[in-house]
Ligand binder design. Structure first.
Ligand SMILES: *Cc1c(COP(=O)(O)O)cnc(C)c1O
Length: 467
């Protein structure tokens, strides 16, 4: 029989809707939802028949089952909680920093009701959303002005648009970086309206390179932290202090895109190697620094601009700000996170991303041992070993830094490591691990303390199931 004949033999929508098999679905859900799922299912069958990849028309029961799968897919929320067992604390694909409990509480408090978002409660009149985190940010960093926008990409774009729209921005060729696929420095500069003037080479840029490029159309100098890779060997760059001195001799502002935004003393707090921090950059002469809220700061997605008050005031009046402004949820979570940063101890104790990054290797090992024995108990067929490995910080922070870590290495006879990795993604909530040397590798560094029991249960479910 031809595909055309088969297509005509597909039962009509009306016949199917009246069938016993679809009655259950109709009883539980609005008719319009069932109808559209049924139509999608039938369209799929028709397409398969036309393409010759299906033999004959499926039975009504099979069509109903396929419709039900469509509906279940629709019922599932798209943005779902997952358990991060990759060991990468600032995993961009998994939402970067998990919020501190204090930030979650602030969200809870603000989200369901009204707030003083743009209202000055003391004076009983209109206020500005841009005032909320400003004083705290200035106190923490010593900056003269501050502004919070949607993310760091928006911060860079706003700064350059205000300072250099229609004019030139000088940047080193070694800093024309791409971060996470969608942020490319040259593209953001172009969208800001500024023209990019590249100086130096990929590996070496000297003060004279900047000096030579400065001309009548120059409006600003941009320095970008190479936050997701490191250069070694025959390399040199102009540090922010020297760059600021050059720019200031020509009355030009310097914008420093830091990426991560370590606040003062965080280096000591974390016990990690040097990473450019906001305070140091401002002290060295940067006129504007920008960074993300959800990297080393450990808060919500946001972009922070700090620096000279006169420049920040101009940015506050820029119409582009309206397009990249933050909402009350971001401000609530960011303010709560910043409050933790007022004190090193509260920051260290209260910010999950910091705890994960700074976790002690011995503590990680004993935690891995504990989770491994719980897992062996629940999934006796699997082989679970605790092995030494390294994890990265992720999220464009500390490129090349390897944190010593302890992973659960899981194998199961009859199932490949890829099958195990995918089985872990199919449980609810999904557990995201990785494949390493013919085994499923689960790094507990990024499993939150209150997720431990669930982690063991879900991994066991994935291992013991037959999918
Ligand atoms: C991460 C990063 C960005 C992009 O920040 P988002 O907050 O993701 O927009 C820009 N510049 C640098 C140097 C970065 O590390």
């Amino acid at each position: 029989m031809s595909a055309g004949d088969d297509r005509r033999r597909i039962p009509s929508v009306d016949t199917l809707l009246q069938s016993e098999e679809l009655a259950d679905l109709l009883a539980a859900r609005p008719r319009s939802l069932v109808l559209s799922a049924l139509r999608r299912t039938l369209a799929g069958i028709r397409a398969e028949l036309a393409a010759g990849v299906r033999d004959g028309v499926p039975a009504v029961s099979a069509i109903a089952a396929a419709t039900k799968r469509e509906l279940i897919e629709l019922d599932r929320t798209s943005l779902r909680r997952v358990i991060n067992a990759t060991g990468i604390p600032l995993h961009t694909n998994l939402g970067r920093a998990p919020l501190p409990a204090a930030a979650v509480e602030a969200l809870h408090d603000i989200a369901g009701g009204y707030s003083s978002l743009e209202y000055d409660v003391g004076r009983g009149r209109r206020g500005s959303r841009h005032d909320h985190c400003a004083a705290l940010l200035m106190a923490l960093t010593g900056a003269g002005g501050s502004l919070v926008v949607n993310n760091n990409a928006a911060a860079v774009m706003l700064a350059l648009n205000e300072l250099a729209d229609g004019r030139e921005v000088i940047i080193s060729r070694g800093e024309l970086v791409e971060i996470g696929g969608s942020f490319r420095v040259p593209d953001i500069v172009a969208k800001s309206g500024a023209r990019i003037v590249e100086v130096g080479t990929t590996n070496r840029t000297h003060p004279a390179d900047y000096e030579r490029a400065i001309g009548p159309h120059t409006a600003a100098v941009l320095k970008v932290h190479r936050s997701n890779f490191s250069q070694t060997g025959f390399v040199t760059e102009v540090d922010i202090g020297e760059l600021a001195a050059i720019a200031h001799r020509h009355d030009l502002p310097v914008v420093h895109d830091l990426g991560s935004g370590l606040l003062p003393d965080a280096q000591q707090t974390l016990g990690l190697p040097w990473e450019p921090n906001v305070h140091a950059s401002l002290c060295a002469g940067a006129d504007i620094v920008t960074f993300s809220g959800d990297k080393l700061l450990g808060g919500p997605q946001a972009g922070v601009l700090l620096g000279r008050q006169d420049l920040i005031d101009r940015m506050r009046r820029n119409p582009l700000l309206r397009a990249v402004r933050v909402g009350k949820l971001t401000l609530a979570a960011l303010e709560a996170t910043l409050r933790l940063w007022r004190d090193e101890e509260t920051a260290r104790a209260g910010i999950p991303a910091l705890q994960m990054i700074g976790a002690d290797s011995d503590a990680l090992r004993s935690r891995a041992e504990r989770l491994a024995s719980a897992l062996r108990e629940r999934a006796p067929r699997a082989k679970v070993e605790v092995v030494r490995d390294v994890s990265e910080v992720g999220g464009g922070s500390y490129p090349g830094l390897q944190l010593e870590t302890w992973c659960l290495e899981v194998t199961l006879s009859g199932r490949s490591e890829r099958e195990l990795e995918s089985a872990c993604r199919k449980v609810e909530p999904p557990v995201i691990g990785r494949v390493r040397q013919a085994a499923l590798c689960l790094d507990p560094r990024t499993v939150l303390p209150d997720e431990e029991t669930l982690f063991v249960l879900k991994v066991a479910e994935a291992l013991e199931g037959d999918g």
